[in-house]
Design a protein around this ligand. Structure first.
Ligand code: F6P
Length: 354
């Protein structure tokens, strides 16, 4: 058993629906099950640069936050204490302030920290662990691209948001006989595009894992037209790799707009583009995400009690397990182009533009 009296909680990287549910569950379990004090660290590890900004998370503090999107602790996807950027005498300089961060955590009486974040935040947590900080990780990202866990909280809510958007775009696409391009998040992997695309009945799904050409997309539009379908929904993951000929003259603009313009030029059809952007990261977490986040929060506290530092909670086979953070970071979970989900989509006539 570890000798713990006080834990800190911080949220790092882009926010995701369910962060507050983790904060609430971890705080409640720490207080009710173990009698520990809980400190909220604001804005990721940046909060430990100014320890006076940290505050106690009481049962009252976490009451009512379960259905709220975002994070009551605030977050940043630029804060890295090992490469902390400041402007001094008009020049940007990068410093390693990890020692200061660890010292400030000790000053606050924090014995161990729960880091809720994606790959980047878990990497920072692991480096702090190597320097002696007691860290336990909770995986988060709407992109669902962390290989160490079957699913991250936030993904399911994002799927609901995107599916709802595609449903709405469907009716206007059909009415106007247009090609509608919907750009969704997914910087490295195509999970949101693939799964929301299937759920929303998209006709073309473009993901980073499958190379595509504009010609093949236009052939698909023509084939649809042959059996009377004059509209098409194209879901594009923001991180798709453009075909070589489009890379050369790549101008600024969203991926959706670039692809939409190219489809319009080649097919001579009317095309409209919707970039869903950060609405995918907002909103109240779905029941699935609230439950997963609650289970992760409680499991993280139990992991601290068991002395499982340098570990991260994860979902495997529907059960909560703990994995070594060292093995969890740096390996993204890509969509398998030959996998069952892609094959199911192809079987019902979805084109991947290849
Ligand atoms: O990592 C999640 C994610 O939603 C990516 O899909 C997206 O590229 C990124 O965050 C956007 O982050 P921000 O605009 O907040 O820097």
């Amino acid at each position: 058993m570890s000798n713990i009296h006080c834990i800190g909680i911080c949220t790092g990287g882009g926010d995701a629906p369910g962060l507050n549910a983790v904060i609430r569950a971890a705080t409640k379990a720490a207080i009710k099950k173990y009698g520990w004090k809980v400190i909220g660290i604001p804005d990721g590890f940046d909060g430990l640069i100014w320890p006076e900004k940290s505050f106690e998370l009481t049962l009252k503090e976490v009451s009512g936050i379960l259905p709220k999107g975002g994070t009551i602790l605030g977050t940043t996807n630029r804060g890295d204490p090992f490469h902390y950027k400041t402007v001094e005498n008009g020049k940007e300089i990068t410093r390693d302030i990890s020692g200061q961060v660890i010292a400030n955590a000790t000053k606050l009486g924090i014995d161990a920290i729960i880091t809720i974040g994606g790959d980047g935040s878990q990497k920072i947590g692991y480096e702090l662990f190597q320097k002696g900080m007691k860290i336990v990780g909770v995986p988060k990202t709407i992109d669902n691209d962390l290989s160490a866990t079957e699913v991250t909280f936030g993904f399911d809510t994002a799927l609901h948001t995107v599916t709802d958007a595609i449903d709405k775009i469907h009716t206007t696409a059909a009415s106007h006989h247009r090609v509608m391009v919907v750009e969704v998040m997914g910087r490295d992997c195509g999970w949101i595009a693939l799964e929301a695309g299937i759920a929303g009945g998209a006709h073309v799904i473009l993901i980073p894992e499958i190379p595509f050409t504009i010609e093949r997309i236009c052939q698909h539009l023509a084939e649809r037209e042959k059996y009377g379908k004059r509209f098409t929904i194209v879901v594009v993951a923001e991180g798709v790799k453009l075909p070589p000929e489009m890379r050369e003259n790549r101008r600024a603009g969203s991926m959706g707009n670039l692809i939409g313009n190219a489809i319009a030029n080649m097919s001579k059809k009317e095309v409209r583009v919707s970039v869903l952007g950060h609405i995918q990261r907002g909103g109240s977490p779905s029941p699935f995400d609230r439950i997963l986040a609650t289970r992760f929060g409680v499991a993280a506290v139990d992991l601290i009690a068991a002395g499982g530092f340098g570990m991260m909670v994860a979902l495997h086979g529907g059960s909560i397990v703990s994995v070594d953070v060292a093995h969890a970071i740096g390996h993204l979970k890509s969509v398998d182009p030959q996998g069952e989900v892609v094959r199911a989509a192809r079987a019902i006539g979805v084109s991947f533009g290849d």
